[in-house]
Design a protein around this ligand. Structure first.
Ligand SMILES: *Cc1c(COP(=O)(O)O)cnc(C)c1O
Length: 393
C-alpha cells in the first residue's frame, strides 16, 4: 500500500480529532490491562427507547409508502404533530406546512444550517464552551467563528456586550443553546428576548439549539426562543427527541421557526439527504405522544443520579452545583490542575473517565463534564471510586 497522493480538502484536514476518540482509546488501554473503567464521558441515554415508539417503527416498516423516498420537509403528520407540541408546550402557533421541517437528528440540521447563511469568509458567533458542531458546520461552509466566552458568574449566558460591534456588524449567525450542553445552564425568557433584539439590531440569524428543553429537573420548565415577540422574524430552533425519549439511535429531530429560514434549510437538505425515513418520523410522532408522566419519570431517574453525583463531588472538594436541565454535571476543578490533568488523574488513580472541559472550547478550561447517562449501578460504582480520590495531594 502506497501513500495516498491526493490532497484532502482543508475542511477535512482542519477537523480537530473527535473529542471522544481519545477517551475511547484511554478506556481501551485500561481494558487491555484488565481494568474496567467507569465512564461519565459520552452523553448517550442508557435507558431504552420506550415501547410505543418502537411499536411505531415496527408498524411503519410494513407500510409500502414508507419504503419510498420521503419528502425532504417530512410527513405532513409529523410536522402537524410538531406544531401541536409547540402549541401545547410553549403556546407558540406554527404553520406546519412552512414553519417546521424534520431533521435526521438535530445534529444534521445544526451542521447543515450554516450552508443557508454562511458564504466563504463570513462570521458566525458561537458560545465557548459549546457543542462543537456550531463551529464545524460553519467551517464546512467556509466561514469562521467568533467565540463568546460563557462565564460562570454570568450563569453561562451569552453576554452580548462582550461581542465587538464590528464582529456583530459582519456576523451572519448567532448560536445559543439552553438548557446548555456542556454547562447545564438554563436561560430565562428575558435572555431570549435580549438575543432576539440583538440579532434584529445586527441582522443576524438566531439559531437556538433546543435539544434539552424537555430534559429538566426540580419542576423547571424551559422556554422556547419562539415564545419571544418578533422571534419568528429571525430565529430558527433545533429540537431533538434523542435525549427526551432515549432514542439517539433513531435520529429524529426537527427545526422550526421563520418560514424563509426553514425553507432555505429544506432546499439545502433536498440536495443532500432527502429527509428522515418516514417510519422514523412515525417514531417521532409516537415519542411526542408519550404521556408527560413518562417524560417526568425518565427525567426523575437523571435527577436522582444528578443529586448523588453532586453530593459525592462536593464531599471530595469539587464544587459542583446541581443543574436544572440537560444531562451533565459541569464543574470547576480544584486549583492546581488543568482540565486534562484532572481528568487524567481520575483515570489513573480511580479508573473513572470524565470529559475535560477544554474539549468544548478554550472557555471550558478549568472544568470537567460528567454525563448522567450511565446505569445506576455504574454510577454507584463510579461514585464509590471518586469518593476515594484525594484531591489536593
Ligand atoms: C445531543 C445533542 C444534539 C444532537 O441531537 P441529535 O438529535 O441526536 O442529533 C444537539 N445539540 C446538543 C447540545 C446535544 O447535546
Amino acid at each position: 500500500p502506497g501513500t495516498i497522493r491526493m490532497k484532502f480538502a482543508e475542511r477535512v484536514e482542519n477537523l480537530p480529532p473527535y473529542l471522544f476518540v481519545g477517551i475511547s482509546r484511554a478506556i481501551a488501554a485500561k481494558k487491555a490491562q484488565g481494568i474496567e473503567v467507569i465512564s461519565f464521558g459520552i452523553g448517550d441515554p442508557d435507558m431504552q427507547t420506550p415501547d410505543p415508539v418502537l411499536d411505531a417503527l415496527v408498524a411503519g416498516s410494513k407500510k409500502a409508502a414508507n419504503h419510498k423516498y420521503p419528502e425532504t420537509e417530512g410527513l405532513p403528520e409529523f410536522r402537524a404533530r410538531v406544531a401541536k407540541f409547540y402549541d401545547d408546550r410553549f403556546g407558540v402557533k406554527l404553520d406546519p406546512a412552512t414553519e417546521v421541517i424534520n431533521l435526521i437528528g438535530a445534529k444534521e440540521g445544526i451542521a447543515h444550517a450554516p450552508m443557508c447563511f454562511i458564504d466563504p469568509g463570513d462570521i458566525s458567533i458561537s458560545p465557548d464552551p459549546a457543542y462543537p458542531v456550531y463551529e464545524i458546520g460553519t467551517m464546512f461552509a467556509g466561514g469562521t467563528t467568533h467565540f463568546v466566552t460563557l462565564k460562570e458568574e454570568n450563569g453561562y449566558l451569552v453576554d452580548f456586550s462582550d461581542i465587538p460591534t464590528d464582529v456583530a456588524n459582519k456576523a451572519k449567525t448567532l448560536w445559543i443553546n439552553y438548557p446548555n450542553n456542556p454547562t447545564g445552564a438554563i436561560a430565562p425568557l428575558s435572555f431570549f428576548d435580549e438575543a432576539v433584539k440583538y440579532c434584529k439590531e445586527f441582522d443576524i440569524a438566531l439559531l437556538h439549539d433546543a435539544a434539552y428543553t424537555e430534559v429538566t429537573y426540580d419542576g423547571y420548565v424551559a422556554p422556547s426562543v419562539l415564545q419571544v415577540k418578533g422571534a419568528m422574524d429571525i430565529a430558527m430552533e433545533f429540537h431533538s427527541l434523542s435525549k427526551t425519549a432515549n432514542m439517539t439511535g433513531w435520529r429524529v429531530g426537527f427545526a422550526s421557526g421563520n418560514p424563509e429560514m426553514v425553507n432555505a434549510l429544506m432546499r439545502v437538505k433536498s440536495n443532500i439527504d432527502s429527509g428522515l425515513s418516514q417510519a422514523n418520523q412515525e417514531m417521532g410522532i409516537a415519542a411526542l405522544d408519550l404521556p408527560s408522566e413518562w417524560v417526568e419519570n425518565n427525567n426523575a431517574v437523571y435527577q436522582k443520579r444528578r443529586d448523588k453525583v453532586v453530593s459525592v463531588l462536593n464531599e471530595i472538594g469539587v464544587p459542583a452545583v446541581a443543574p436544572k436541565g440537560a444531562l451533565y454535571i459541569w464543574t470547576p476543578i480544584p486549583e492546581g490542575y488543568t482540565s486534562a490533568e484532572f481528568a487524567q488523574k481520575l483515570l489513573d488513580e480511580v479508573n473513572v473517565v470524565v470529559t475535560p472541559g477544554n474539549g468544548y472550547g478554550p472557555g471550558g478550561e478549568g472544568y470537567i463534564r460528567l454525563s448522567l447517562t450511565i446505569p445506576d449501578d455504574q454510577i454507584d460504582e463510579g461514585l464509590r471510586r471518586l469518593a476515594q480520590l484525594r484531591v489536593n495531594s
